[in-house]
Design a protein around this ligand. Structure first.
Ligand code: FAD
Length: 343
């Protein structure tokens, strides 16, 4: 296997061994493992350096840090460890990948073009919007998707949290550090969040639950959020709730703009991978939330980044041994493994 990046046949531009797209937990871990395999990986950060974890205030469930640490602190540790072994980090955004020929091609917003023998796609996910009138106009003016970023601005104020999962519960608890009152609007009559988070939410004196309620419009006054219109999913009643801020945590969408028509996606738009984190194109791997809609944790994303880099290393070994690009001995293995994974 080439331990440094080799040259193209025309000696124009070096061919990368591994290009990693994304700088979240999956991307940096893929970088660490590929670097320790002497592959000198190139990691392209994207516009959200560090990924979703950077909007997480306290990470209490990542093993090895019993005192907990902030998302940005963890990202700096990920980056330092990946760079220590030779990961090259580029602050750029990938506009296009070409995977129907080998070496693959990666084109970026800055105009750079890379050729690479393997790709590890770690583009993660992003918040889902409510898509109601007023939301876009008032984003940054009281509508937020990041309590850690914006909670400080709501000191002593009244805020609403929309959602019922782990993120909504975590962020509502975080907002109680600043806000005088936090109301959680949830469309059902019970939270989806884990039991421990539910207990914390329901016992927090600053948090009130507004059950069976969806937001139909966000209203502004003098350029800032002033109220929301709501609809009761059981009674059909409508109401208006005055508030200073609306924090939206209603799920995530995979960052898959690069992939339609090029790589297999599931019905929700996640990349389909097998247990070895292989996509349907040999040499292209994926890790983290772009392919995982079940676990969605730092620890699982890290594990998948590690596995994808190990699979990419194996792929390069096979390539070096002259087995060519179409190395998957039996493509049915992929189909069988995929079918065995519950949706
Ligand atoms: C509010 C909140 C709280 C959370 N709290 C916890 C917690 O306490 N514990 C826990 O374990 N998990 C938590 N999570 C989940 C955790 O953050 C995610 O599971 C994890 O970040 C997923 O990692 P990832 O690497 O797959 O992707 P992401 O973190 O989503 O990162 C994706 C990366 O891809 C990049 N990217 C996207 N498109 C492109 C492109 N075209 N070109 C280049 N780069 C691109 C982005 O810039 C970003 O760097 C939380 C999530 C949120 C939103």
């Amino acid at each position: 296997m080439s331990q440094t990046n080799g040259n193209s046949p025309h000696n124009e531009q070096p061919i990368e061994n591994v290009v990693i797209v994304g700088s979240g937990p999956a991307g940096f871990t893929a970088g660490l493992y590929a670097a320790r395999a002497n592959l000198s990986p190139l990691l392209i950060t994207g516009n959200d350096y560090g990924g979703q974890v950077t909007i997480t205030y306290d990470i209490e469930n990542y093993p090895g840090f019993p005192e907990s640490l902030s998302g940005p602190e963890l990202v700096e540790k990920f980056k330092a460890q990946a760079e220590k072994f030779g990961t090259r980090v580029e602050f750029d955004y990938v506009n296009e990948i070409v995977v129907d020929r080998h070496p693959f091609v990666v084109r970026t917003a800055s105009g750079a073009e890379y050729q690479t023998r393997t790709l590890i796609l770690c583009t993660g996910a992003r918040p889902r919007y409510l898509n109601v009138p007023g939301e876009r106009e008032l984003t940054g003016k009281g509508v937020s998707y990041c309590a850690t970023c914006d909670g400080f601005f709501f000191r002593g104020k009244d805020v609403l949290v929309v959602g019922g999962g782990d993120s909504a519960a975590e962020e509502a608890i975080f907002l109680t550090r600043y806000a005088s009152r936090v109301r959680i609007l949830h469309r059902r009559d019970r939270l989806r969040a884990s039991k421990i988070l539910q207990d914390r939410v329901l016992s927090n004196p600053k948090i009130e639950m507004v059950w069976n309620t969806v937001v139909t419009e966000i209203l502004g006054q003098n350029g800032s959020v002033a109220a929301v219109r709501t609809f009761d999913t059981v009674t059909g009643a409508t109401a208006q709730l005055e508030t200073d801020g609306v924090f939206v945590f209603v799920g995530h969408l995979p960052n898959n703009d690069l992939f339609p028509g090029k790589l297999e996606l599931d019905a929700d738009g996640h990349l389909i991978t097998d247990r070895k984190l292989r996509t349907n194109v040999p040499g292209v791997f994926a890790a983290g939330e772009i392919q995982d809609k079940v676990f969605k944790q730092v620890a699982t994303s890290v594990g998948q980044g590690c596995a994808a880099a190990m699979s990419a290393t194996r792929f390069l070994e096979e390539l070096e041994a002259g087995h060519g690009v179409d190395w998957r001995a039996d493509p049915r293995e992929f189909v069988a493994e995929r079918a065995a994974v519950p949706a």
